[in-house]
Ligand binder design. Sequence first.
Ligand code: SAH
Ligand code: SF4
Length: 364
Amino acid sequence: MRIPDHLEGDAVGKVALLDLTYPELEDLVLSLGQPRYRAAQVAEWLYKHLASDFKEMHNLPLALRDRLAEVSEIARLTPLEEVTSQDALTRKVLFSLLDGHTIESVLMHYKRRHTVCLSTQVGCPIGCPFCATGQAGFERDLSTGEIAEQVLYFARELQEAGQRLTNLVFMGMGEPFLNWEATWKAVQALTDPRRFGLGARHITLSTAGFVPGIEALAQKKSQVGLAISLHAANDQLRQRLVPLNRRYPLGALMKACRDYVKSTGRRITFEYALIEGLNDSPSHAQGLAGLLSGLLCHVNLIPLNPTAECAWRGSPKHMALAFRRELLKEGVPVTARIDRGLDIRAGCGQLRSRRGIDFSPHKV
Ligand code: SAH
Ligand code: SF4
């Protein structure tokens, strides 16, 4: 039987298995003359046993394994460089894609959680000046499989250590809402009980404030969490920090946030990177409290990670503490992200941008 047209291989000539939806995987299996239940077996091998080679799929007939290997492919990411922070709690991998582009993903260990931070694009078109990914420009969107495979890579590593991946954050390279179709398909693969089966509550999408994306997520009525990279509470300052603010100013963004909370009942996390002398005064904190007043939310303060092409620096600790105090006084729930991973340039896009320059990590 012929492989259905919509499953035709890409430029490399093979179907990328991790790009497929579950019904597409069934179509592929049926097109190879196999019963439908074989799709469930293949899905289980891919997403639960984390197989990276058809040879491992020993409950499939040998002929099917051979045919699958002929027409399709599992792994499309090659780890190029891996670095671990000195405290061994953060591990970052630079992957090369089939076309030679590179992306980064990070695994972070906490007391009871193992969180993977994922990329959705090669570079990012939004161009926030403080962000290494934004500084490097935009190349292309990632496919569903390229997004999901980052998760499977770390899940495999955790499995070997007798651990389990517990959380996913879309806070690596790129703007997930500008690559919405592939991102959502990856979320579906990762939450589908027949495939990876992670609870949607354990996934957070982070956006620079792309309003149509917030609306699209609200419509999904899913348990996936939403984080907004706010960084400033007035338009004048925010458009310097997050250029997307010119298209979706705070009025439109906050309306979308309020509608999102109304329709989902879910709390939003606002990320706020504290930048010395720019957005970190007590009056900025009051402005932020005013903007968020009455909204079901939570603020996460992050010290800015310095990057090569931007002179801005993270706020000193006493400013961060004063900022937090001010928010608490105004009744805004706030946490300050533990300052971790700095020694391996865990900020998004930083490993990629410094590759081959003065990057001297402690290699693993
Ligand atoms: N594009 C999306 C998701 C990826 S960026 C977004 O902007 O939300 C993930 C987070 O890292 C965002 O909150 C972003 O503002 C933050 N970030 C980027 N560069 C940073 C830096 N140098 N220091 C601290 N946070 C940074
Ligand atoms: Fe893109 Fe997010 Fe970086 Fe801004 S912070 S350039 S939106 S990845």
